[in-house]
Design a protein. Structure first.
Length: 486
């Protein structure tokens, strides 16, 4: 869970507020179900750690609370829903967001901390923030949207230091001298004058950083009396003597896309599928298109783009699977009609998939479409069992109705055993048993629903279609001879 306090809050103050949030979490989640509760507050020291951080931390006011539950806990979604309702009510000045916890969602988000990433790009930063604020209000009113917030902020408290070049020149200082001295005092000497110590005992170099202790610069007056040192001055003047210091606000983080300034709106879904929410977001963007600042553009990115690309590929794969199955059976059966009879069970399989997803309130997803493709193969194999036997009996008896009835009775047990084996095997996955079982549950549900109706269609509908197709056809002599000589 990502938490953001007021922009500009010092890290020690943020830690105090995070402690209060932890107390509230322990009241909502029973302590008996919490294994660990850890905070990561502020910016990491190393830039390498920042590279691998995708939680949206931009300063000391940000932090992440990691909650690990014990085995046998209540469903995680129940606690997420309770925390989303209670925490903003208890801490109105804080922003809360639940980030993707599993690696699959993190990969699909392409590094973003939310599946919906709405970007307003343009040169006019203030106008972009004003338009993003209007969009944010509309997005929060969309059903199924949760954790909507603007990632950037232009209200970061700042001190503007305006150096008077004339006064600085009187004491032998330049703008560069003032800047270097401020960097050393406030951020350390590693950037301006890196220094290393070589240990003669082990041959290891250690970085030495000089910096004024932060507790000594705890007020504006302390900043004004900061001595400005330079090689050209014997007596260092104070900062207030050569510069004017004023209070202002600035961007807490600068985000750009193709060198254009960017404002991002992050949001996630709750109780509604991502596709429906994304459609409403697109409609909102279209309704407010005339309010977009001149020269700016709006783009909807994140997992939405990945979802559309994945669904398009999987739907094309599902269609290609049906077509390839048909042509493969045509080659094997040397017939155009019997393969058509075989694939008449596939519409029932698709209907079963839709019925099961609807009955279990499961949204259409990549695992569900993967299960649909798997179901097509099993349903086709069962139909091949029935039609292959019906062809043999048709070649012997010459009566398609009799052949279809015999095929339905004789192949009843093999088809039922094959379908039941697949359904029973998928049952634990469909019930979402075990840790992370909700991730692959749509796959099992799609397979089970599709096989239930496909099995019924294979045993009852496919033989009827076979008898109707072959009622006006003569039995093939080559098949008759194969059965006779066999």
């Amino acid at each position: 869970m990502h938490v953001r306090t007021q922009i500009g809050t010092r890290v020690e103050e943020s830690a105090g507020q995070f402690a209060e949030v932890q107390k509230a979490i322990r009241k909502i989640i029973p302590p008996a179900e919490i294994e660990t509760l850890a905070d990561n507050i502020g910016m990491p020291i190393s830039g390498i750690n920042m590279t691998y951080n995708n939680t949206g931390v931009i300063g000391p006011q940000d932090g992440d609370i990691q909650i690990k539950l014990k085995e046998g806990h209540r469903p995680t979604e129940d606690y997420v829903l309770a925390l989303r309702e209670e925490l903003p009510r208890a801490f109105p000045g804080l922003t809360f967001a639940f980030l993707p916890a599993d690696i699959v969602s993190q990969i699909l988000n392409f590094g973003a901390p939310a599946p919906i990433d709405l970007q307003v790009r343009g040169a006019d930063v203030n106008a972009n923030f004003a338009y993003a604020g209007k969009l944010l209000g509309g997005i929060r009113r969309i059903p199924g949207v949760a954790d909507a917030r603007i990632q950037q902020s232009i209200s970061n408290p700042t001190f503007n230091i305006d150096v008077d070049r004339t006064r600085a020149q009187y004491v032998g200082l330049t703008e560069r001298d003032v800047t270097n001295s401020l960097v050393i005092n406030l951020a350390g000497s590693a950037q301006v004058a890196p220094t290393y110590y070589l240990n003669p005992d082990n041959g290891v170099s250690y970085s030495i950083v000089l910096q004024t202790p932060q507790f000594q610069i705890d007020s504006l007056s302390a900043l004004q009396t900061l001595p400005i040192t330079a090689a050209s001055t014997a007596i260092p003047p104070i900062l207030g003597g050569i510069a004017n210091i004023t209070r202002a606000t600035s961007s807490a983080v600068v985000s750009q896309y193709d060198i254009q300034s960017m404002v991002q709106i992050y949001a996630t879904t709750q109780g509604r599928d991502l596709g429906a929410v994304a459609s409403d977001v697109r409609a909102l963007i279209a309704d407010t298109a005339k309010q977009v600042p001149k020269g700016s553009s709006v783009a909807l990115l994140g997992q939405v783009q990945t979802m559309y690309a994945a669904f398009t590929g999987l739907l094309l794969g599902l269609l290609a699977a049906v077509v390839l199955i048909y042509f493969l059976i045509v080659v094997n059966f040397q017939s155009w009609s019997d393969p058509f009879v075989i694939i008449t069970a596939l519409p029932a399989a698709l209907a079963g998939i839709v019925w099961m997803l609807f009955a279990t309130h499961t949204t259409l997803s990549v695992p569900a479409l993967t299960g649909a493709i798997m179901c097509m193969g099993v349903a086709t194999a069962n139909s091949v069992l029935v039609i292959s036997f019906a062809r043999e009996r048709y070649a012997v008896t010459g009566d398609p109705v009799t052949a279809a009835i015999e095929a339905g009775f004789v192949r009843f047990r093999p088809v039922l055993m094959t379908a039941l084996a697949m359904i029973i095997g998928m049952l634990p996955m469909a019930l979402a048993l075990g840790e992370g079982g909700e991730q692959n549950a749509p796959l099992g549900r799609a397979v089970i629903g599709g096989l239930i109706l496909a099995t019924v269609a294979t045993l009852m509908f496919v033989p009827v279609v076979f008898s109707m197709v072959h009622r006006t056809m003569e039995p093939r002599t080559d098949v008759t001879s194969e059965v006779t000589h066999g």
